[in-house]
Design a protein around this ligand. Sequence first.
Ligand code: C2O
Ligand code: CU
Length: 492
Amino acid sequence: MHEISRRVVLLGGMTVSATVALPACSGTSRTKAPTFATAARLRPIAGQRVVERSVRAKATSLDLGGTTVETWAFGDTAPGPLIRATAGDLLRIRVENELPADTSVHWHGIALRNVADGVPGLTQAPIAAGSSYLYEFIAPDPGTYFYHPHVGVQLDRGLYAPLIIDDPHEPGDYDLEWVVVLDDWVDGTGRTPDDVLADLTGSSGDSSDSNSSDSMGGMDMGTMSMGGAPPFGDAGDVTYPHYLINGRLPAAPDVLRGKPGQRVRLRIINAGADTIFTVALGEHRLTITHTDGFPVQPQDTGAFYIGMGERYDALVTLGDGVFPLVAAPYGKEGQARALIRTSSGAAPDAAVHPAELDGPILEGADLQPSDASRLTAREPDSSHAVHLSGQMMPYQWAINGAPYGKNDPLMINEGDRVRLAMMNMTQMTHPMHVHGHTFALPSGLRKDTVLVKPKSSLAVDVQADNPGDWMTHCHNIYHAEAGMMIALKYRK
Ligand code: C2O
Ligand code: CU
């Protein structure tokens, strides 16, 4: 489990990263090499707390619980180190790149200043192997977030970690808090995520077997042709050998310990690259209180869906015993599992199937916003089509008719209420994410990542209050890398 630490680590003598040269891009080349000025330093205002951390992206081996994999991670664990701060704090995070490749870090969901958003080619030059980069930003809104690279398919390695922003005004009506990070895992099991992408796109890559029937077994050919089951249809392209909760396999799970009757806040993060999960805690009801950081009208359920990049907070009152916390991959075989233990007794079987998974399952988009989290009512000043297209063969995904780099940025004005009219022309569900902002669904629900179902439309409204160049994209990392991204730019 992640240690909950409010310790402020003061690292003296930090210098500004002067890396402005653009090294050779890894993965698909996207834009002509723009140059990026070194970000202006942020100085704390009187009374503002500074949270300083350092994060090392490196090659390492991880024990998933009886299975050891070679991978890339932040430090020597996946999930990587929890970063925790309070809303309004100034975060100074030095990222050391010890990987054999360029990288970057994106602070998913935080409405931060543009220059710290971590998108190479759009907000910064990539962090070259052997160099470091200082991210400095203020985290304005409390909530459950996470961080991950924004280069290639690196997110599908072990490079992900929780980022929690506490609310200084929150009553905190619970006894315990557990961070629960879900993941789909392939790296170090004979293929890397880059091999998976090469298999999907049919590009030669460096794996000699990329066109063999063996490697084709990595794709859900069945689901692909069948279109999948409601509500999300075909939800993923990759069959993973493992699904993890807090970096652990079901047979050697993370064990979360409490006492019967205690109230727990769960902060659940889907860090998977290609998998929607259904989450349930055996013999318990969950009360969903937040999504993507923002409070909702509390909603009871036995189970709920969580798409890639989404976060849900839930309150639960612990029963007496040993209970499975299960994340079932939507449309795929296998499951992720942790255990919640409040008394002695035998653990349920690793393959246990909580009855809650067969009852009604909450879709996040059906939640209602808390009044405080609504945008003020206002008609949009402008509306932009965001057409999602693409298919498995050839493996090409696009927004507004062209892959990222060839499509035109969405141009908006500061101060406007901007409508993004998303239209999903495909057979798949896409978790659509907007950087630097939290949009409102038609119900008023605030989110930064939303599942857009096959052959359906969803209009979301954004208050254009955070100038800069931002990414809007599908959080299926393979779709994103194969083109399903578009820039959202403020007119200067
Ligand atoms: Cu977590 Cu651009 O994404
Ligand atoms: Cu997608």
